[in-house]
Design a protein around this ligand. Structure first.
Ligand SMILES: *Cc1c(COP(=O)(O)O)cnc(C)c1O
Length: 406
């Protein structure tokens, strides 16, 4: 077997082996990466790329951030896993630091983003029965069309994407779907059994869809008026991606339950969390929810370092400034195949006209020029570099994008 070699055939061999032995549940661009540092990744042939996906915003802090790596190595040599059967000396610190940063009063640590979503669904259902007084098994959660919240059975049960959903029934009941950005439809869907609504502040997988101003203000008001828990899925938008710690800050609202993941570990390890500023998490009693790895000391140490560098190194402010600058650059690109450029902070998308023939071919052309981006929904190129990206790197990226779309 070849590991990290520079032979031209190495990448092709690895791809062939993946195709032969792996389930084909992904269709990656054919680039085999072997090393990363900051905004850059390198393939087995030593070619360097500017990463404009950041593992779907899991590496907001940049690849292999030295301080997160140091925390991980240090903790890995001390204590990695106790399970929650015993306590560890890292969890309380993570709680304290997350609470101080976000203002949340209760926290539940998990691993993947989907697990955080599942956890929130369980908690709000129980809250609905025990606190709100919804009749047993009648709880409803309002979700939005074109949502993306993960890949588990309950989550895909309320997906509106046929690829995500078809063939995986029977589905989990208890969800009602309304159009994203439509507060009137949301108001009409609320009834006495509505326990919560689950929304992305900006729909990422749907193609970076930003709702009109005022939408979230009304959703917040309707939730408060009807005793409905507002759950914001900030797994992608949170932790600096949009130029604020949480994307809800752009809307001037506060969720009752906030879900974070991805960049919570800076890409080193799966760490997610449910943050709650209401009584919702209080309904969970011993034995009713858990995870062997959730809240383990290694995860906590990594997450603590990941949060620290995010704030101490000014990454959130940089995302705001570089996001504006990048968007301005993208808007100046002369092209007749660009339908729309949109974004907030460093969460950006270039939507192409249908006649452009799909975004994927342009992602391949960008790859050849040394820029990695991912197509989403056929005709949209999503752009989300690590939050440490510099002005000259943005200039370079815009130049490459301009060449490909010209
Ligand atoms: C990535 C993502 C998830 C799922 O996270 P996983 O770690 O892949 O399970 C959920 N919600 C949003 C908004 C995401 O972007």
């Amino acid at each position: 077997m070849t590991t990290g070699g520079t032979k031209m055939s190495a990448a092709a061999d690895l791809i062939a082996t993946e195709q032969r032995l792996g389930a084909h549940n992904y269709k990656p661009l054919d680039v085999v990466l072997t090393r990363g540092e900051g905004v850059y990744v390198w393939d087995a042939d030593g070619k360097r790329y500017l990463d404009c996906l950041s593992a779907y915003s899991a590496v907001n802090q940049g690849h292999c951030h030295p301080k997160i790596r140091e925390a991980m190595i240090e903790q890995a040599g001390r204590l990695t896993l106790t399970s929650r059967a015993f306590r560890n000396d890292q969890l309380a610190h993570l709680y304290e630091e997350l609470a101080a940063l976000t203002g949340s009063h209760k926290i539940l640590p998990m691993n993947s983003g989907a697990e955080a979503v599942e956890t929130a669904i369980k908690a709000v259902r129980k809250w609905g029965y025990e606190v709100k007084g919804v009749p047993e098994n009648k709880a409803e959660i309002i979700v939005c069309s074109n949502n993306f919240h993960g890949r588990t059975l309950s989550i895909i049960s309320f997906s509106t994407d046929p690829d995500a959903r078809t063939g995986f029934g029977p589905y989990t009941p208890g969800f009602r779907t309304v159009p994203f950005g439509d507060a009137d439809a949301f108001a009409a869907a609320i009834n006495e059994n509505t326990v919560a609504t689950l929304i992305e502040p900006i729909q990422g997988e749907a193609g970076v869809i930003i709702p009109a101003p005022g939408y979230f203000t009304r959703v917040r008001e309707l939730c408060t008026a009807n005793n409905v828990t507002l759950i914001l899925d900030e797994i992608q938008t949170g932790l600096g991606r949009t130029g604020k710690l949480l994307a809800e800050e752009h809307e001037g609202i506060e969720a009752d339950v906030t879900l974070i993941g991805k960049a919570l570990s800076g890409g080193f390890y799966p760490v997610s969390a449910v943050l709650s500023n209401s009584e919702v998490l209080g309904v969970l009693k011993p034995g009713q929810h858990g995870s062997t790895f959730g809240g383990n000391p290694l995860a906590c140490a990594v997450a603590r370092a990941a949060l620290r560098v995010l704030t101490e190194e000014g990454m959130i402010e940089n995302a705001a400034v570089m996001g504006d600058y990048f968007l301005e650059g993208l808007r100046s690109v002369r092209s007749n195949i660009v339908k729309e450029v949109r974004g907030r902070g460093l969460m950006m998308a270039v939507e192409l006209v249908p006649e452009a023939g799909g975004a994927r071919q342009y992602c391949y052309q960008l790859k050849d020029l040394g820029l990695l981006a991912k197509d989403t929904h056929d005709h949209t190129i999503r752009l989300a570099p690590p939050l440490v990206v510099t002005r000259s790197q943005v200039d370079w990226a815009v130049e490459q994008i301009g060449k490909v779309l010209a």
